[in-house]
Design a protein. Structure first.
Lengths: 322, 568
């Protein structure tokens, strides 16, 4: 097992090295960094001075090594636009995004797995059929349309929930949470549902398909032949076998939630890293873009590492294999 | 005295869109306590359906439409699901074919036993666990206590089937239905499992129904036999009477098709009753045909020479060589196959016999040793023109007729592929004509060329495989368990076809099988393999009459007894 995890770690380091190279190249190929930092009326001398300060005349490899070193310390330089350290900006925004992703992942997992099991067991009932038909909507409608529709119904028409922004935050050191107040929850519900809907339907359909397949296996038939109750068969025997492939998808999809959060945060003006990224793109704020890229890649890599370890826990064939 | 089980006039229907399929019609069967009843028939005969109908686990949309199932004098038909659940496991136990898949891979066998014991008795917690240990010991699993924590994949196939039997016994049932309980197991394991079932039957005064296609199993274990054909029981009787003096035409031909282990016959008895209505296709005169041409260099030389062959697989990877776990699949194997002969390679699963075949066919590269095909070294420079030419002369027929044909290619293209690959013909028209002739010759008819593999039965698919193998005008055929996935009657016709082709074309055959009676009928020389090594190479009749190696003797002893079979 240790060997396996070390191998996975080595692969993760490789992925991060490639991503960091891409994000480093952003600095050199997306516009001239000096132009982005100084005003229109800066003199030639000022420009040269800044170039030297930033070390832009050094060989590429030296610059990359320096970039890597800074990256390790979490230092991505100053934002071009706001003139503040990028790591500070990201840390400020991170709680908002992570809380949004966390809440929508819980919704997607809980509702997706529950409905998946239900439609898998009662596959002929009309409730299952309607759940499946509605779930198609979740897959086929783009996130921003769902978001706008939810705002229209619940914020504009019914006036139950706020239409945008994050409120009711309480501070714990640098972490601002909105999960401890009613206001905070009222604000997070709509964006979280919007973000979770696509993943939810995906998980639902996957769990259902796996459930149907597991139900056909010999060990389920043998469990029936031993007279075990339907509940024991469905939940003790079938569900756990269903979960092995579902875990893979869930791992990839939580990464997907972070990626999709860019759109949801824009629609709901949610002050998270996704919104910050979109604004950074508008202003060609390269340090923020580069840092965001590295940050998202790191999350993906970490989540997949966790998924690999989860396999060990769920499946004894991997844990106790030769 | 009431019968333990009395089925009378049972009809099972499967309504489908194209009309109702009658899986069982008017089936009557009785089982007494302490008696093993064999339910024998070929695939699709409806024998498994009977077993499933008894415990009301027919697959949808199947249903029992007529008849009665009396168990200890009580009618089982029309019971509610909750009532049936109390019958299943508690009073009727079931054993399935494949021990690999009948256990939940994510639960320890202890957990599976305990949940079944708790369902069928008042024992709870540690008391249930003690009972589980007791059960495992009864089915012959040692160190039962430690084994409770083990997962199914940590057991071998035979051990797993013992666990399955322990599970079936957990509720102390009066009747056990065993559906092909040994089909997925090796001969030596099969004998042990059958002994176990028989012992439990006697000790506990159980009624046992054994559903099987294997006459050998029936001969070994059954007291009475019911023969099923197309959903009907055509004959019931004492095992000695059914096997020794069958009355029904179907039973006669079925028993005649069983390969004899006790003596060699020229051909397998034809099975007209089963084949009924299959009109023969026009066979070509192979000597004057394209297929028979360019064979004049036929000699009495050596077709395949294998010297000191080694191959090992990596089981567990590791950076350091000493930490790697290797499996020596083929260990210093040497033998020679004379041209025109059939050379049998026998052994149990994992003995390396298929690996040797794949090495010779060039599907694996050996770690060490040389392989010569028709005198040409094909192992040192496998891509040289001469080696490729030698490999054209050597073709393979695989075990599984379902996965060895590309489902998205027409039979025409499947059979023509070797011809096109080696550019053996002048033009497409000639290729098509040859494919048609080949399909006629193997008994499928030229019309088959336009269809897809899924439209054919297992036996017919194997005929397509044979036609494909013949298409490159080979001089050597490697047959890797060519009939082990087929019913016994189909097996007989395929083996007869192979024999005919060998005689007509003077083919050399390397015949790989675990089935000793089949090998005896087919082979001139036989090599016995175990753990990657050759135990013994001998003439077929010598091996069967006076085996020298201890393992050969062991294998021969395990062969199902054919004493009951008459001189049919």
């Amino acid at each position: 097992m240790l060997f396996f995890i070390l191998k996975r770690l080595a692969q993760s380091v490789l992925v991060m090295a490639i991503v960091s190279a891409v994000s480093f190249s952003l600095f050199n190929f997306v516009g001239d960094p000096v132009n982005n930092m100084v005003g229109q009326d800066a003199t030639r001398e000022q420009r040269i001075e800044i170039r030297q300060q930033l070390g832009l005349d050094d060989p590429i490899l030296t610059q990359y090594t320096r970039f890597l070193g800074n990256m390790m310390r979490g230092d991505f330089g100053l934002s071009y636009r706001i003139k503040r350290p990028v790591d500070e900006l990201i840390l400020e925004r991170l709680p908002a995004t992570l809380e949004l992703v966390f809440v929508s992942a819980i919704i997607a997992l809980f509702v997706g797995i529950t409905l998946g099991i239900y439609t898998g067991i009662r596959r002929k009932s009309w409730i299952s059929r309607s759940i499946l038909s509605v779930s198609l909507v979740g897959v086929s409608l783009p996130t921003f349309i769902i978001g706008i529709a939810l705002i229209y119904v619940f914020a504009v028409h019914l006036r139950w929930l706020p239409s945008s922004g994050r409120s009711g935050t309480i501070e714990f050191g640098w972490w601002k949470t909105s999960l401890l107040t009613v206001d905070g929850w009222r604000a997070i519900i709509l964006p979280a549902i919007t973000l979770s809907l696509f993943q939810l339907t995906l998980i639902l359909r996957l769990v259902r398909a796996e459930m149907l397949e597991v139900m056909q296996t010999d060990f389920i038939k043998f469990a029936r032949a031993r007279g075990l109750s339907e509940r024991a068969i469905n939940f003790r025997h079938a569900l756990r076998n269903t979960l092995v492939p579902v875990i893979t998808i869930i791992g990839l999809n939580i990464g997907g939630l972070i990626a999709f959060s860019v759109i949801t945060e824009t629609v709901f003006q949610w002050p998270g890293t996704g919104l910050m990224f979109i604004q950074a793109v508008d202003f060609v704020d390269v340090p923020i873009m580069a840092a965001y890229l590295v940050f998202v890649a790191l999350l993906f890599v970490l989540i997949n590492l966790i998924v690999d370890i989860l396999y060990f826990i769920v499946d004894p064939r991997i844990r106790l294999g030769e | 005295m009431t019968d333990l089980l009395q089925i009378s006039g049972l009809d099972v229907d499967f309504p489908t869109r194209r009309g109702t399929v009658h899986a069982a019609r008017g089936v009557s069967l009785t089982v007494q306590p302490g008696e093993v009843v064999g339910l024998v028939g070929e695939s699709g005969a409806g024998k498994s359906t009977i077993g499933n109908a008894i415990i009301d686990l027919l697959e949808a949309p199947g249903r029992v439409s007529a008849g009665s199932i009396l168990f200890e004098g009580e009618e089982l038909r029309g019971r509610s699901e909750a009532e049936m659940r109390r019958v299943r496991g508690d009073r009727i136990g079931m054993i399935f074919q494949d021990p690999q898949t009948s256990l939940n891979p994510l639960m320890t066998i202890g957990a599976q036993l305990v949940e079944t014991i708790e369902k069928t008795s008042d024992l709870r917690g540690s008391r249930a666990e003690e009972r589980a240990i007791e059960l495992l010991e009864q089915v012959g699993i040692t160190e039962a206590k430690a084994r409770l924590r083990a997962y199914p994949h940590q057991f071998s196939g035979g051990m797993r089937q013992r666990v399955v039997i322990a599970l079936a016994l957990a509720g102390d049932p009066d009747l056990i239905i065993a559906d092909e309980p040994t089909t997925a197991l090796d001969v030596s394991i099969q004998a042990q499992i059958l002994d176990l079932i028989k012992r439990l039957c006697r000790e506990r005064d159980l009624g046992v129904i054994i559903v099987t296609h294997d006459i050998g199993v029936i001969a070994n274990i059954a007291d009475r036999v019911a023969v099923m054909y197309r959903g009907e029981v055509v004959e019931t009787g004492d095992v000695a009477q059914i096997l020794g003096a069958p009355k029904h035409e179907y039973t006669k031909s079925l028993i005649a098709a069983v390969p004899r282990a006790d003596r060699k016959l020229e051909r397998f008895s034809s099975v007209d009753y089963i084949e009924g209505g299959n009109k023969p296709f026009e066979r070509i005169d192979i000597q004057t045909h394209w297929l028979g041409a360019s064979r004049d260099n036929r000699g009495t030389g050596k077709a395949i020479e294998v010297e000191n062959l080694d191959l090992s697989f990596v089981l567990q990877k590791a950076v350091l060589k000493r930490n790697r776990k290797m499996l020596q699949a083929v260990d210093n194997v040497s033998f020679t196959v004379t041209e025109g002969q059939t050379f049998g390679l026998v052994g149990e699963s994992g003995s390396g016999k298929s690996t040797v075949a794949r090495l010779i066919a060039g599907l694996y590269r050996p770690d060490a040793g040389t392989i010569r095909v028709l005198g040409q070294d094909v192992s040192t420079r496998p891509n040289s023109a001469a080696a490729r030419e030698a490999r054209r002369a050597l073709q393979m027929i695989f075990q599984d007729p379902y996965s060895s044909l590309n489902a998205r290619m027409r039979v025409m293209d499947i059979v023509a592929e070797p011809i096109r690959f080696y550019r053996l013909t002048e033009n497409e028209a000639e290729t098509r004509r040859i494919v048609g002739d080949l399909l006629n010759h193997v008994g499928l008819g030229a019309q088959a060329a336009l269809r897809y593999p899924h439209e054919f039965s297992g036996g017919q698919r194997q005929r397509i495989s044979i036609a494909r193998a013949l298409a490159s005008r080979p001089r050597i055929l490697i047959c890797d368990e060519p009939t082990s996935a087929l019913d016994v009657s189909v097996q007989a016709t395929i083996l007869n076809l192979l024999k005919d082709l060998q005689q007509e074309l003077g083919l050399t055959m390397l015949f790989i099988s675990h089935d000793l009676p089949v090998v005896r009928q087919m082979c001139d020389q036989i090599a016995v393999m175990r753990h990657g090594q050759l135990c013994e190479v001998a003439d077929a009749e010598t091996l069967f009459k006076t085996p020298r190696h201890e393992y050969s003797r062991h294998l021969l002893e395990l062969m199902p007894s054919m004493e009951l079979l008459g001189e049919a």
